[in-house]
Design a binder for this molecule. Structure first.
Ligand code: ATR
Length: 289
């Protein structure tokens, strides 16, 4: 595969954005935004910024003072950054977390784009998010935004979590969200059109998600938000049963669109070439040989 290759040159007018995380070295966002910057020959940069939690406020104000157009925030800053925003989007307010910040006139506006990214990825795979009931596994930050986005689409949504109190807390935050006991998750699949893994189980170097798919209907779509590995044990098990699957990398790509468009004034495309470029970085070196 041949990717865009040119050496960007920054002028004194370059637009700047970046990602704050602690750590940030694992983030694929610089690669992803870097691809779009090169594709569109933009005079701009998107940089990784390792900022410890106790320096987040200082870091954000520093970027603002330096004329950055905005930034992404990733773990562990999503909730702390929410509290530092001057204005918030509806989705950020609802989930009490932000991942995309816009700086304007010395003020910070925060948005949460994970849920919209998840829905866009489903649509890319030809899946209608409201086609039938959805079961969401997990009740962390990512699950919150996805549950809210699915409810907004008009889907009937249930949540289940290993620690039940967190699922119940999420249901209190989002009216209309039903709670299913963790022990009943496999049995509940008989009634679902969509299963979403929004836990971190199945990530490389972590235990796989424990769920039997034997009760699933043949039309169940199985989506995972984990994208390292690209094909998680859950997706592999679903494919082995002939079920349709939606991988997590597309969500990462789609959640980035809104920030890039606002910072660099071009709405970028999520397409095969971008997918391959980011995916290439996720394949272990030994399987690339
Ligand atoms: P994030 O904000 O990225 O979602 P998080 O708040 O740490 O991260 O949430 C991780 C989610 O994965 C939680 O729902 C967690 O379940 P608990 O609330 O019981 O901790 C879930 N999770 C992590 N490992 C899991 C495993 N092996 N099996 C089931 N759920 C798991």
């Amino acid at each position: 595969m041949c990717f865009v290759s040119y050496m960007p040159t920054l002028s004194g007018r370059a637009r700047l954005a970046g990602i704050l995380g602690w750590p940030v070295a694992h983030s694929r966002s610089p690669r992803l935004h870097g691809f779009w910057l090169e594709r569109h020959r933009i005079d701009g940069a998107y940089v990784p910024l390792a900022v410890p939690p106790e320096q987040l406020g200082l870091g954000l104000r520093g970027l603002l003072a330096c004329g950055f157009r905005g930034c992404n925030v990733t773990l562990p800053h999503k909730e702390a950054a929410y509290a530092l925003c001057d204005t918030l989007s509806e989705s950020a307010r609802r989930v009490h977390a932000v991942n995309t910040l816009f700086f304007h006139n010395g003020r910070i506006h925060g948005n949460s784009t994970d849920g919209a990214g998840f829905i866009a990825n489903l649509r890319d795979h030809g899946v209608n998010p409201a086609a039938g009931p959805a079961l969401l596994l997990g009740a962390g930050g990512a699950a919150r935004d996805i549950a809210a986005a699915l409810l907004d689409e008009g889907a009937k949504v249930s949540v289940t979590n290993r620690t039940p109190e967190r699922a119940e807390a999420l249901a209190r935050l989002l009216p209309g969200l039903a709670v299913i006991a963790w022990k009943d998750r496999a049995a509940a699949l008989a009634d679902q059109a969509l299963l979403v893994n929004a836990t971190s189980a199945g990530m490389a170097d972590r235990p796989p998600l424990e769920i039997a798919l034997s009760r699933a209907s043949s039309s169940l779509v199985v989506a995972d938000i984990v994208y390292v590995p690209l094909v998680t044990p859950l997706l592999a098990a679903a494919r082995a049963r002939g079920l349709a699957t939606v991988g997590g990398l597309g969500m990462l790509l789609h959640q980035a669109v809104e920030g890039f468009a606002a910072w660099f004034d071009i709405v970028p495309a999520v397409d095969r070439e971008l997918f391959e470029f980011v995916a290439q970085d996720l394949i272990p070196a030994k399987s690339r040989d």
